[in-house]
Design a protein around this ligand. Structure first.
Ligand SMILES: NC(=O)c1ccc[n+]([C@@H]2O[C@H](COP(=O)([O-])OP(=O)(O)OC[C@H]3O[C@@H](n4cnc5c(N)ncnc54)[C@H](OP(=O)(O)O)[C@@H]3O)[C@@H](O)[C@H]2O)c1
Length: 301
């Protein structure tokens, strides 16, 4: 079982890694296979699940909910995270893709998520991306209404700059204590733009998404030098895979991010057991990075 992490302000407890369902519709699973997939991760201790209203052109939450309906006992074993605030043209009423964070949209999106996922509460609701037209007071009003009704237990943001986060926090009587950010060897900007500094300052453990660059780490020729560097660390430490090296590196960052795993591979049938291989973190990898961290930050230096 994995170590748990608690959030200082909200008290929400999440496990050391979560699983993301952005790509669920690509995995081609039957409802029963989805149940088996979720149960597999629960057995591993990966009980935090990451969704968004828009995933799979607005279909992923409902596909996940279909599985929960088949196995209702699963709900209480999960921490369900979802997001709102992007409007894509997959819904006919959105003529252009844009961000939308007004109160009505946030409340409606949360209601839709509850209905699609077949649950009476969301553990965490995030504003998906910064909206240039975001009225912080409106977001705060929506969060407070959802908080008072008990429909959402905790709140946060994704991909917000430190100042955008501070603005929203200034309007809330409770902590918007959760953040999500893209963190990977191929996308390291939040390490230096103040985002992770703010997390460390506020003792927020951010959720890290696309830790493997959405797979580009393995198949983009541009990242060959980085792969070579990671492979050298893997060999030096005896880690079982490049993924294990990457997740170890993310977990050792001072804000202690919680990686959100994106693979659709499970123990079921013909599929491999990628998630199992990622955990536990190899302590040897961590100690090598402690010595070579500058090499990874700037592999071309
Ligand atoms: N907050 C946000 O704005 C935001 C944005 C994007 C994503 N997210 C969340 O983060 C989660 C994870 O993102 P992600 O899916 O991009 O994560 P990721 O782990 O970086 O990428 C997963 C992809 O990489 C592939 N992959 C994994 N290991 C591989 C290997 N050894 N060789 C080749 N390909 C490999 C997977 O394929 P297989 O399935 O075949 O393993 C899958 O297609 C999402 O599901 C979502 O919940 C949040």
């Amino acid at each position: 079982m994995l170590e748990t992490a608690s959030h200082r302000f909200t008290g929400a407890r999440f496990f050391t890694a979560g699983h993301g369902y952005w790509r669920l519709m690509e995995w081609g699973m039957s409802p029963q296979e989805r149940v088996a997939f979720i149960e597999h991760h629960v057995r591993l201790g990966i009980t935090t699940v990451d969704h968004a209203d828009i995933y799979g052109d607005y279909q992923c939450e409902a596909a996940f909910g279909e599985a929960l309906k088949l196995a209702p006992g699963l709900r209480d074993q999960l921490q369900i995270v979802t997001k709102c605030g992007i409007a894509t043209r997959a819904q006919p009423e959105h003529q252009i893709g844009h961000y939308i964070t007004d109160k009505r949209h946030i409340l409606q999106s949360a209601e839709n998520s509850l209905r699609h996922i077949h649950t009476d509460r969301l553990d965490l609701l995030l504003i998906h991306r910064p909206d240039p037209l975001m009225e912080a007071d409106e977001v705060a009003e929506a969060f407070m209404a959802l908080h008072h009704s008990g429909k959402v237990l905790h709140f946060g943001v994704s991909n917000f700059s430190p100042s955008q986060f501070s603005l929203l926090q200034s309007r809330l009587p409770f902590s918007a204590g959760d953040k999500s950010a893209e963190i990977s060897p191929v996308q390291q900007s939040v390490l230096l733009d103040g985002s992770l500094d703010q997390c460390q300052q506020l003792r927020i453990r951010p959720m890290a998404w696309s830790c493997l660059g959405g797979g580009r780490l393995f198949n983009d020729p541009h990242f060959q030098p980085l792969r070579d560097e990671l492979e050298a660390v893997r060999q030096e430490t005896g880690a079982t895979s490049l993924e294990q090296v990457v997740y170890s590196w993310i977990l050792m960052l001072p804000s202690r991010p919680l990686p959100i795993i994106g693979s659709g591979k499970t123990a079921a049938g013909q599929r491999s057991r990628r998630s199992t291989e990622l955990i536990p973190v190899a302590s040897a990898v961590v100690s090598v990075f402690a010595r070579r961290r500058w090499d990874l930050m700037c592999p071309e230096a």
